[in-house]
Design a protein around this ligand. Structure first.
Ligand code: UTP
Length: 297
């Protein structure tokens, strides 16, 4: 039987330069989509997939992220006193059991592969998930849960994948796909940020992974790759054709690239419209805005 996936690594040690100056003092993962920080969406998804241990790879300046998961007795007391039970309830999702959450430091932003490697001592010899909180995925069944279920049947290493437009492929890790079987695609090769026009397909790797401990061993050996960073893609690619092969998982759902300004804005509108308490107002505003724009042109 395949070992259950109960640990997830959240690499959050990047510099978040695309959101400067905001990210000078606020970690990108604390930026708010409607009323929750990005990290909350990632944690909710991990919990739905059965994850019990949450490992954050952080860096200098990420204290707000650590504080977010602490109890806030004074705030809670104040809300209780004022009878604000709904708000009190909303804080529950931020609480973690003692010992369920761990932080390790990445001292220098040397790439995603290096960040995952920093968590090696906490993973030991079991499969683990990796979630990049800036990829937010809206789905009926949360993406990682879809993948954990597929992993239970198939094992190996699994990367979330989706089709991207040809002219965007050079921004992603791209799969050289083999046979397709339902949502699973066998992988013959992987390349990180291929030069425009050289990509083997338009299947891009998205920020959800289920990995075997072999990946950590591979990370011990690899040197920096594309962009001078230690690439997770390179460590995963070394497993192709082994007993723990690599598969792409074409998830059901809509992914928002909240690491980019445009993606973040799109997610804000989409998640706002999906909320019953906001939909009417926001929809009305957008219609007015567009009617105004149409009148002006
Ligand atoms: P990105 O490529 O989005 O980089 O990292 P970034 O630093 O967060 O943002 P920009 O590009 O400067 O705007 C993808 C994920 O990998 C983590 C990031 O925190 C993010 O979750 N990461 C990246 C690390 O933890 N360490 C690194 O050295 C690099």
């Amino acid at each position: 039987m395949k070992k259950k996936v109960t640990k997830a690594v959240f690499p959050v040690a990047g510099l978040g330069t695309r959101f400067l100056p905001a990210t000078k003092s606020i970690p990108k993962e604390i930026m708010t989509l409607v009323d929750r920080p990005l990290i909350q969406y990632a944690i909710d998804e991990a919990r739905a997939a059965g994850i019990k241990e949450f490992i954050f790879v952080t860096s200098r300046g990420k204290n707000a992220l650590e504080d977010y998961f602490d109890h806030a007795p004074q705030l809670e007391q104040e809300l209780r006193k004022k009878g604000k039970t709904e708000l009190l309830e909303s804080l529950k999702m931020t609480n973690m059991e003692s010992g369920a959450i761990a932080y390790v430091r990445q001292h220098k932003a040397m790439g995603l592969g290096h960040a995952v490697w920093c968590a090696r001592n906490m993973i030991s010899n079991e499969p683990f998930a990796v979630i990049l909180p800036d990829d937010v995925i809206a789905a009926e069944k949360p993406c990682l849960q879809q993948m954990v279920e597929a992993y239970a049947e198939n094992g190996g290493n699994m990367v979330a994948a989706m089709e991207v437009p040809e002219d965007k492929a050079s921004a992603y890790g791209i799969l050289d796909p083999g046979e397709k079987n339902g949502p699973l695609v066998s992988v013959n090769g992987m390349v990180e940020k291929p030069a425009p026009g050289t990509q083997p397909s338009n299947f891009a790797v998205i920020g959800r992974y289920i990995l075997t401990p072999n990946i950590l061993k591979n990370l011990n050996k690899i040197k920096s790759g594309a962009g001078g960073e230690v690439q997770l893609t390179d460590a995963i690619a070394r497993q192709i054709g082994t007993d723990d092969p690599v598969r792409g998982y074409l998830f059901d759902g809509k992914r928002y690239d909240c690491g980019s300004k445009s993606g973040f804005l799109q997610a804000t509108v989409a998640f706002g419209l999906a909320r019953e308490d906001l939909r009417e107002d926001l929809d009305h505003y957008l219609k007015e805005l567009y009617a105004g724009a149409a009148a002006a042109t």
